[in-house]
Design a protein around this ligand. Structure first.
Ligand SMILES: [Cu+2]
Length: 400
């Protein structure tokens, strides 16, 4: 790929190619991997994506504002051989906090959002529009690619009357499986590829609901079946398994373990917890101040050239990162430049050979992730709730 990015904004920007295992200089983190692209300037990104799958891109400069104003897009890398589905659909899901007039509300980066669940909006869009119905045909097999491009909203999608099968997570194939509790968890920056056999009745409608937040469930969209006869009488028996990508398998017997501890945020009483004595002297809640920390250190903003790496990893060696969420909040943790195996949650092994680049941790959860540090450079590890990232839930891992 060769992408010429022209900055026609009135502020600096960069583009991060989320989930692509690319050379460090193409990763789009301002100061850390490249100088920011100044207004009127251009930057050429050039790389060969090694993996087929569902990826996306967005700025990594002034992220809260730029992503929050809609700068994001899908990046699909097709398999070498076509996959046996009738249609390939893409839903880029975004979330906006709107005023009654329909304009974006002000107040990006306020302390309540930073210390709590982030800037969750009041309007969800599908491919940039208020979702209408999705016209489908009985009997067809659909590959549905889901991308959560929201700043903060976590989704839990339920497909009434259907049995979606997860075939890939964050672009990387997994063993095809039906989701636990029949719901697809999709946190900011996560992607899930589904295969859905449209086994509903011609002429009927079926709801797709998101009920992640208690008491705030809503209908995202509906499958609207046409009246045509079913495309086929029985579901296709073609294999659902995607061809594998060339991601190196970590060697667990020799892997070195490191703890990554997530700290901070507001507690019930409104106090920050567990981040006393870290670097970054700003008071919590002040503009640009730190509310969160990783292993006692807060890296705020979008990228810094002077941030010492939390860990220096040896190129080619396997590592287990034990990410411990000590906070009362959910965090989708994103590692740049690598995909990692999600090995266990709270000590229970995770089935279906799942890879991720953005793993969602529930409050107090511990997730063990394993990967081969095969991509040299300084790589961000950060929460993808944008308010959390810019207020301290970010660090750097060096592969040398
Ligand atoms: Cu977070």
């Amino acid at each position: 790929m060769r992408i010429v990015v022209e900055n026609k904004l009135d502020q600096d920007t960069t583009v991060h190619w989320h989930g692509i295992r690319l050379p460090n200089a193409m990763d789009g983190v301002p100061e850390l991997t490249q100088p920011p692209i100044k207004p009127g300037e251009r930057f050429i990104y050039e790389f060969a994506p090694p993996d087929a799958g569902t990826f996306w891109y967005h700025p990594h400069a002034n992220s809260l504002q730029q992503l929050g104003h809609g700068l994001a897009g899908a990046l699909i890398v097709e398999e070498r051989q076509p996959v046996a589905v009738d249609r390939d659909l893409l839903w880029v899901l975004s979330d906006w906090r709107l005023k009654a007039t329909g304009q974006l509300a002000a107040g990006f980066g306020n302390m309540m959002d930073a210390g709590m669940g982030g800037r969750v909006g009041n309007a969800v869009t599908l491919n940039g529009k208020v979702p209408g119905d999705q016209t489908v045909r009985a009997g067809e097999r659909i590959r549905l690619r889901l991308i959560n491009a929201a700043l903060a909203r976590i989704m839990a999608l339920r497909f009434e009357g259907h049995r979606p099968v997860i075939i890939a997570i964050d672009g990387q194939p997994c063993e095809p499986h039906e989701p636990a509790d029949s719901r697809i968890l999709l946190a900011p920056a996560m992607r899930v590829d589904l295969v859905i056999d449209m086994q509903g009745d011609p002429g009927r409608r079926y709801l797709v609901r998101d009920d992640f937040y208690d008491g705030l469930g809503y209908t995202l969209t509906r499958f609207n079946y046409g009246d045509e006869a079913p495309l086929r009488a029985h579901p296709s028996d073609a294999s659902l398994r995607l061809p594998s990508n060339p991601v190196p398998e970590p060697d667990l017997s020799s892997a070195e373990r490191h703890d990554i501890v997530l700290q901070g945020g507001m507690m019930g009483g409104g106090m920050m917890s567990g981040i006393g004595g870290m670097n970054g002297m700003a008071m919590p809640g002040m503009d640009g101040g730190a509310v969160w920390a990783i292993n006692g250190m807060s890296m705020t903003g979008d990228g810094q050239s002077n941030m010492p790496p939390l860990l220096t990893l040896q190129r080619g060696k396997s590592y287990v990162l034990s990410i411990r969420n000590q906070t009362a909040w959910w965090h989708p943790m994103h590692l740049h430049g690598h995909s990692f195996r999600v090995m266990s949650r709270n000590g229970a092994s995770v089935p279906y050979h799942q890879w991720s680049d953005t793993v969602l941790l529930s409050p107090k959860e511990t997730v063990d992730c394993a990967f081969v540090a095969d991509n040299p450079g300084d790589w961000m590890l950060h929460c993808h709730v944008m308010d959390h990232q810019v207020s301290g839930l970010m660090t750097v891992l060096r592969v040398a």
